[in-house]
Design a protein around this ligand. Structure first.
Ligand SMILES: Cc1cc2nc3c(=O)[nH]c(=O)nc-3n(C[C@H](O)[C@H](O)[C@H](O)COP(=O)(O)OP(=O)(O)OC[C@H]3O[C@@H](n4cnc5c(N)ncnc54)[C@H](O)[C@@H]3O)c2cc1C
Length: 294
């Protein structure tokens, strides 16, 4: 089965849905291809306090507001998992597990994945465990938090957290003693050669069971930020697009990638912020630009 569209959006998170809304309102034949559910990461979040117009909202309700608008515009959603793409030439093709789809413009909105700790932290997601300091720091105002880091991967987030939390303790597998000596943030400390064995708590995170230089220790904390790195879901587009070192797709200010007619938006893009509001902004720009001249 092969179908043809004006604009195809791969990924139905908030970035993809914003692109679809703008593209469809330009009068074009638009579809979103999503492998799971519309809403992406936002649909899974407990509490959001920084999306303008919503003082506080749960992620599912916010995602549903986007879905409602997508449905009201009669934007088609195709449920398929895209596995490869052919992006050169006038017409672009993306290949899914179910079908093959062609379009004059493609918007890549596939998001990113966070490196997990691989212990029991998932049980405490939204109950003290977070993967995003900028998103969740404010929930830990005046509290003690830990940051799990790998060879310094969590330092930037720890510094951000130190402006909001009472104390920040960075737990790193590597020897960070040289860095610790040079560190001047007074409410931020570093513990080297430390691995987390288990997250402990009843309703929320209360402590971490760790091995510090091989010795078993329990560290009391109100929260754990997992800052082990993140990877864009850009691999299916291969080496055809220009990316940064981590694989985030580079674009110009119109969200156009190094290939004409191919746009990238939201968390998969090499942008400065990975937030809902910036994902929507990217989507709006790409959705509009993707319809021009086709
Ligand atoms: C724990 C946490 C808390 C956060 N809290 C906040 C917050 O409070 N405020 C805030 O502004 N931001 C927050 N964020 C960030 C925010 O969630 C993201 O910036 C936003 O979801 C990015 O949207 P997106 O559409 O780019 O990506 P995503 O939401 O990741 O959507 C990508 C979509 O693409 C689909 N997809 C991927 N690959 C394929 C494929 N091959 N074929 C078909 N479909 C595919 C996925 O299934 C997914 O639905 C938080 C993030 C996390 C992890």
């Amino acid at each position: 089965m092969e179908r043809m569209f004006d604009v195809l959006i791969v990924g139905g998170g908030v970035a993809g849905m914003s692109a679809a809304i703008y593209a469809k309102r330009s009068g074009k034949n638009v579809a979103i291809i999503e492998r799971a559910t519309l809403g992406g990461v936002v649909g899974t979040l407990n509490k959001i306090e920084n999306f303008p117009s919503q003082k506080e909202i749960d992620g599912f309700s916010l995602a549903q507001l986007f879905v409602k608008q997508v449905n009201s515009l009669e934007i088609e959603t195709i449920f398929d998992d895209i596995v490869s793409a052919k992006l050169d030439g006038e017409t672009k093709t993306v290949v899914g597990k179910i079908g093959q789809y062609r379009a004059k413009s493609i918007v890549i909105a596939t998001g990113l994945s966070y490196q997990e700790l691989g212990k029991n932290e998932a049980e405490f997601l939204g109950r003290g465990v977070s993967y995003c300091a900028v998103c969740d720091a404010n929930f830990f105002k005046g509290q003690n938090v830990c940051v799990v880091s790998r060879k310094g991967s969590g330092i930037k987030d720890a510094k951000y957290l130190s402006n909001i939390a009472a104390n920040v303790l960075v737990l790193d597998e590597a020897d960070m003693s040289i860095f610790a000596q040079a560190n001047t943030v007074k409410n931020m400390n570093l513990l080297s050669n430390t691995t987390i064995e288990k997250v402990v708590g009843k309703d929320n995170v209360e402590a971490l069971e760790c091995l510090v230089g091989g010795e078993r220790k329990t560290i009391k904390t109100n929260g754990l930020f997992v800052c082990l790195g993140r990877s864009p879901k850009s691999e299916i587009f291969g080496d055809k697009l220009e990316t940064d070192r981590q694989g985030f797709i580079k674009t110009d200010e119109n969200m156009q990638t190094s290939i004409k007619g191919v746009y990238a938006v939201g968390d998969v893009r090499a942008g400065v912020m990975k937030q809902i509001v910036t994902a929507c902004s990217d989507g709006a720009i790409a959705g509009k630009k993707a319809t021009e001249g086709i």
